[in-house]
Design a protein. Structure first.
Length: 284
């Protein structure tokens, strides 16, 4: 696996690689602390492209909590080993100067409204502007043909869809299914902060979402919502930040079941101080 840290080296290497004939490049941006969820994106990209580039960069501008940024896990050596083991060909490991050459003070403001103001955007002011800034910079450098993102961060997928349109990137976006542990908990780099008991509690999130998927349409939408919030909040150390149903396409929160539409139930639940995101897509 080739490992590059400088933006200029990455651009040079990629232009050499592409010289002469068209090879498709798949790109998987991450913040590291890699798990099977990340590796599934890398593997999918490797199946569908001649070259797969992964990036690891803990983007400070998308953290609105200094402690969260400071405590974010950074097991770089094992990340490099995992990527090499699955056969990833190229790893970009930039530092702040490579991503923000003119500094982090003056971020570009993208037209994300209302995506950056609702749900995860409302809970984490500035978060999605930070995400858009880093992904824009990375896409500009890598110029991939295909971008692989996880469904686990559904709202982020919507934000990046908007970014692709805004910047007119000719990139195909592939949203990959959420990878879960045996209990159903969505894999996340933050799961390492959960104790064994908290991890057990956290499996209730997916159990509730699958209950909604299977039985939700039998009840009024608002009743489903309040029942599930009540059940999750009754668990020890557990607080639902939000649980909402949105039209999957436009990501607009709704309070009644629509007919014949694809919807997504999105939730953020804090367990023992660890914030966990999950969602389920369903047809009505
Ligand atoms: P992160 O390192 O958390 O920024 O995530 C990098 C990419 O991996 C994003 O596109 C995430 O949505 C995706 N991802 C994270 N966890 C999972 C998971 N459990 N299943 C599938 N994709 C995931």
């Amino acid at each position: 696996m080739i490992l590059l840290k400088k933006a200029s080296d990455l651009q040079k290497w990629l232009s050499e690689y592409r010289r002469g004939w068209q090879k498709s490049v798949g790109f998987v941006p991450t913040m590291g602390a890699l798990h099977q969820g990340h590796l599934a994106l890398v593997q999918r990209s490797m199946q569908e492209n001649e070259l797969t580039c992964c990036s690891i960069y803990v983007n400070p501008t998308q953290f609105n909590d200094a402690d969260d940024l400071a405590n974010y896990p950074r097991p770089l050596e094992s990340d490099i080993r995992l990527l090499a083991e699955v056969g990833c060909q190229l790893l970009f490991l930039p530092d702040d100067e490579e991503i923000y050459p003119t500094g982090k003070q003056h971020l570009h403001q993208y037209p994300l409204y209302p995506l950056d103001q609702v749900l995860e955007g409302a809970c984490r002011p500035g978060h999605f502007q930070g995400v858009a800034n880093v992904v824009d910079r990375l896409l500009h450098l890598v110029q991939p043909d295909v971008l692989y993102l996880g469904q686990k961060d559904f709202q982020q997928v919507k934000v990046i869809e908007r970014l692709l349109t805004y910047r007119n990137y000719q990139v195909r976006l592939v949203m990959c299914p959420t990878v879960r542990d045996l209990g159903g908990l969505a894999l996340s780099s933050r799961n390492v902060r959960l104790s064994a008991e908290q991890r057990q509690l956290a499996t209730q999130i997916w159990k509730e979402l699958t209950w909604i998927e299977n039985y939700g349409l039998n009840y009024p939408l608002q009743e489903v919502r309040s029942q599930v919030i009540r059940r999750l909040n009754a668990l020890p150390e557990t607080k639902v930040d939000y649980l909402e149903c949105c039209l999957a396409d436009r990501f607009i929160p709704i309070d009644q079941w629509p007919k014949g539409e694809k919807v997504v139930w999105v939730t953020a639940v804090t367990i023992g101080g660890v914030r966990l995101l999950d969602n389920v897509l369903m047809a009505t």
